[in-house]
Design a protein around this ligand. Structure first.
Ligand code: SER
Length: 327
């Protein structure tokens, strides 16, 4: 499968939570000018905007995608553009359009321009109420109840189809909730696990939109970036799966997270006021079996709840002292 050297990389959705940090990790590794960042509307962080090429581009518009690919002679793509679960329930049509029509454009372009490799992330949202909730296996029932989940199941199948039918090298994993300190997440159900830190630092209190007992699989951003790069580095011939790897690092309830934060900020209090996102959270697994990823491409996480919490509070605390908590 190895074609050309990976050199000209496109990160779609580089203004987002994962895309922004992934862009910087890729620029560090492959050189600033070799990693083109794109965003739909939102201006990315200063560091993404200033450290290398950036273009405004909407993945639902195939011609604009082709233009960027041709201008920069792109041979590798990371599709980090997505409408997440909570926003997707408010606007299912948009969710389908961006997550599926955008994805097809991208896969077709990868084929047309004979690209080396494509990364298309999936999510724990592919699972649904009938999926086993504990230690969810790699191969299991995929009957999600959100449009985001529906689009991600279809995305995994599409990616696998392009591998089998056209010999394209497409890879992806089911991200759990991602916690990070650089760019805020945009409209997911697991956003509370990030918001809680900002509110704890700034106001010493937080009203959580899921119940205290709600437990979901999670991962800290350094592990998320590592997982993404490791899967993209893996030997294609060793991969038995392509676009649907289960990955996880930790699972905790909202109450356990709040308790961990009080170890650092004793006056912090958390109250719980579930909204429509509770139903979404309840439809997802509490913990994930990611042994296929661990066996096939040596996935290994570094951050657990206590290490992640300490690091988040340190990073956000420092920014708060400088008066720049929100960047
Ligand atoms: N973080 C995502 C969401 O909550 C799940 O992949 O929508």
């Amino acid at each position: 499968m190895a074609k050309r050297q990976m050199k000209h990389i496109l990160v779609i959705g580089a203004a987002g939570q994962i895309g922004s940090e992934l862009t910087m990790a890729l620029r560090q590794r492959f050189g600033n000018d070799n990693v083109v960042a794109t965003g739909r509307k939102t201006k990315p962080s200063d560091i993404v905007f200033e450290s290398g090429p950036f273009e405004y581009m909407d993945v639902t518009n195939k011609e604009s995608l082709k233009k960027v690919i041709e201008t920069y002679e792109i041979d590798t793509m990371y599709n980090m553009a997505a409408i997440l679960s909570a926003v997707g329930e408010k606007n299912p049509q948009l969710c389908w359009n961006v997550n599926i029509n955008g994805l097809i454009h991208l896969l077709d372009c990868a084929k047309e321009y004979d690209m080396t490799r494509v990364f298309i992330p999936s999510s724990i949202a592919v699972f649904g109420p009938q999926t086993p909730k504990e230690n969810t296996p790699q191969e299991t029932i995929l009957k999600p109840t959100t449009m985001y989940g529906v689009s991600k199941v279809a995305g995994e199948l599409l990616g696998d189809y392009y591998v089998k039918k056209f010999g394209l090298d497409v890879r992806g994993m089911r991200y759990p909730g991602i916690i990070s300190s650089e760019t805020l997440p945009g409209g997911g159900t697991t956003d509370y696990a990030v918001e809680i830190f900002y509110e704890a630092i700034q106001n010493k209190k937080y009203t959580c939109f899921v119940k205290e007992t709600t437990r979901l699989p999670m991962m800290y951003m350094p592990d998320c970036i590592k997982a993404t790069l490791d899967l993209m580095d893996a030997d294609f011939n060793k991969l038995k799966h392509h676009c649907d790897y289960n990955v996880t690092a930790m699972s905790f309830s909202a109450g356990e997270l709040a308790k961990e934060i009080t170890k650092h900020i004793p006056e912090f209090t958390c109250t719980y006021k579930p909204d429509f996102r509770q139903d979404i959270a309840d439809s997802w697994p509490q913990s994930i079996d990611d042994s296929c990823a661990r066996e096939e491409w040596n996935w290994k996480h570094s951050f657990d709840l206590s290490k992640m919490t300490k690091d988040m509070i340190q990073a956000l605390g420092k920014r708060h002292e400088q008066g720049k908590l929100y960047g």
